[in-house]
Design a protein. Structure first.
Length: 422
C-alpha cells in the first residue's frame, strides 16, 4: 500500500478517472470475449468519438472560465451543412471548405461572445438561444435534406495515415508516431524533474518516476500496436491525429501561456482577477469564440466521416461534451479543470458506450448507465473536495507540467496565479 501511495503521489483518488478507464477496458475486454481491444474496434472507437473529444477541449476552457455552452451541437451542424453546400454549389476545393467552416465558426463564436462578455447576458442563456437559432439555421439552409461531400473532404473524417516505406507488417507512420509520443513523454518527464530539482521542489523517488514512465509508455506502445495492425488500408485515423495536435496545442495554452492563466483566474474569482489587471471581458469573449471554432471543426469531421450532412447532425453533442469535462474533474463553479482530464473523461464515456454496444445493451439502459456514471463521478469529486483533498484528476500531469487546479480565492492571490512562471 505504501508503494502505491508513493507511485500515485500519496493519494490514488487523484487518478480515479484513469483507474476507471482502465477498469472499464479490462471489464469489457473480459465480458465481450476480447472484442474490445481489437485493432478494428479501437480504430472505430476513436473515429466515432473524435468529434466529441474535440468539443470537450473547447468546453473545458468555457467551464473553467465559469460558463457553459449549450449551442455546440447546433453550431457544429450548421457549420457542417454550410460547408457541404459551399463545396457543392460554389465549387470550392475541400481545403477552402475547411477554412470557410473555421471562419464561420469564429463568426458565430464572436456573436455569442459579444453577448456574453460585453452585453453581460449569462452564457447559459446566450447559448440556449444559440442552440435554437443555429438548429433552425441548419434546417433552413439545408432545407432538411442530406448534402453529400467529396471524397477529398471525407479524408479528414475517415482517412488514415498512408502506407510508406518497406513492408514490415505494420503501418510504418503509425509506429513512428507512437515512438515519437514515447520520446515526448520521457523528455517532458525528465525536464519537469530537472526543473523541480533546480527550484528546490520535492521530486518523487527515481523508482517512482521510472515506474510511471514504464506504465505510460507501455500503454502508448500497446495502442500503437493496435492502430498499426488493423485491417489493410487502416492505421492511426486522421481525426485522431487532429485530436492529438489539438490536445498538445490547448494543453500548452492552458498550462504555459498568459491567456491560460487568465482563464483560470477569471473562473476562480473574476473580481479579484480584474483588480489584478486581467481583462475578463476579453477572456470570456475568447473562450466563447474558441468554442465555436472547435464546434465547427467537430461538425466538419463528423460530416466527412458520415459522407454527408443531415438535418439531425449534432443533436445531444453538447451534453456529451459537458459530461466529458465534468467526469474529467472540472468544477461546476469554474476555475478548475484540465485538457487532459477532459479527454480522459470523454474516453471513459466512449469506452462505456462502445462496451455496452458490444454487449448488446439497449439504448435505454445505456442512457441510464451513462447518467449514473456522470452523477457518481461528480459526486465523488465533490466529496473529495469537501474532505480537503484535491480533485481526482487534479494531479494527472503532476510530473509533466504545472498543476492548474488553483483557485485564486482559496490557495493564493490571483496576482500570484497570473504572474506565476510555468
Amino acid at each position: 500500500m505504501n508503494a502505491l501511495k508513493k507511485l500515485f503521489g500519496g493519494n490514488t483518488r487523484q487518478f480515479g478517472m484513469i483507474f476507471a478507464l482502465v477498469a472499464l477496458i479490462v471489464f469489457f475486454q473480459i465480458f465481450t470475449g476480447g472484442r474490445t481491444l481489437t485493432p478494428g474496434n479501437v480504430i472505430n472507437l476513436f473515429n466515432g468519438n473524435s468529434y466529441i473529444l474535440i468539443l470537450a477541449i473547447g468546453m473545458v476552457l468555457v467551464i473553467i472560465a465559469g460558463h457553459i455552452d449549450l449551442s455546440v451541437g447546433s453550431v457544429a451542424a450548421f457549420v457542417g451543412v454550410s460547408v457541404a453546400l459551399a463545396m457543392r454549389d460554389w465549387g470550392i476545393p475541400w481545403y477552402m471548405g475547411v477554412l470557410f467552416g473555421l471562419v464561420l465558426g469564429a463568426v458565430i463564436g464572436a456573436w455569442q461572445g459579444l453577448w456574453t462578455a460585453y452585453v453581460g447576458i449569462p452564457a447559459f442563456i446566450v447559448t440556449l438561444a444559440g442552440m435554437l437559432l443555429f438548429r433552425g439555421f441548419n434546417q433552413f439552409v439545408g432545407k432538411s435534406n442530406t448534402i453529400p461531400v467529396s471524397k477529398e473532404f471525407q479524408f479528414i473524417g475517415s482517412g488514415y495515415l498512408p502506407e510508406v516505406g518497406p513492408d514490415t507488417g505494420f503501418n510504418n507512420l503509425t509506429v513512428l508516431l507512437g515512438l515519437v509520443a514515447v520520446a515526448f513523454v520521457i523528455i517532458m518527464s525528465l525536464r519537469a524533474r530537472a526543473s523541480n530539482k533546480a527550484l528546490g521542489a520535492d521530486v518523487p523517488e527515481l523508482w517512482v518516476e521510472v515506474t510511471k514512465l514504464v506504465l505510460i509508455c507501455g500503454a502508448i506502445l500497446y495502442a500503437t500496436y493496435l492502430f498499426a495492425t488493423g485491417r489493410p488500408g487502416t492505421s492511426f485515423p486522421i481525426p485522431g491525429l487532429i485530436l492529438a495536435v489539438l490536445v498538445l496545442i490547448y494543453g500548452f495554452i492552458a498550462d504555459k501561456t498568459v491567456l491560460g492563466r487568465h482563464v483560470y483566474a477569471v473562473g476562480g474569482n473574476r473580481h479579484a482577477a480584474e483588480l489584478s489587471g486581467v481583462q475578463s471581458k476579453k477572456v470570456n469573449f475568447m473562450v466563447m469564440m474558441n468554442m465555436s471554432i472547435l464546434a465547427g471543426l467537430a461538425g466538419m469531421i463528423f460530416v466527412a466521416r458520415s459522407t454527408a450532412s443531415g438535418p439531425f447532425d449534432g443533436v445531444g453533442w453538447e451534453l456529451d461534451a459537458i459530461a466529458a469535462v465534468f467526469i474529467g474533474g472540472a468544477a461546476v463553479t469554474g476555475g478548475v479543470g484540465t485538457v487532459i482530464g477532459s479527454i480522459v473523461g470523454g474516453l471513459v464515456m466512449a469506452v462505456l458506450n462502445n462496451g455496452l454496444q458490444l454487449l448488446g445493451v439497449g439504448a435505454d439502459l445505456t442512457q441510464i448507465i451513462k447518467g449514473l456514471v456522470l452523477l457518481a463521478a461528480v459526486a465523488f469529486d465533490v466529496y473529495n473536495k469537501s474532505q480537503g483533498k484535491r480533485s481526482i484528476t487534479g494531479l494527472l500531469l503532476k510530473n509533466f507540467g504545472r498543476n492548474n487546479e488553483i483557485k485564486p480565492d482559496e490557495t493564493t492571490s490571483t496576482k500570484e496565479v497570473i504572474s506565476k512562471e510555468a
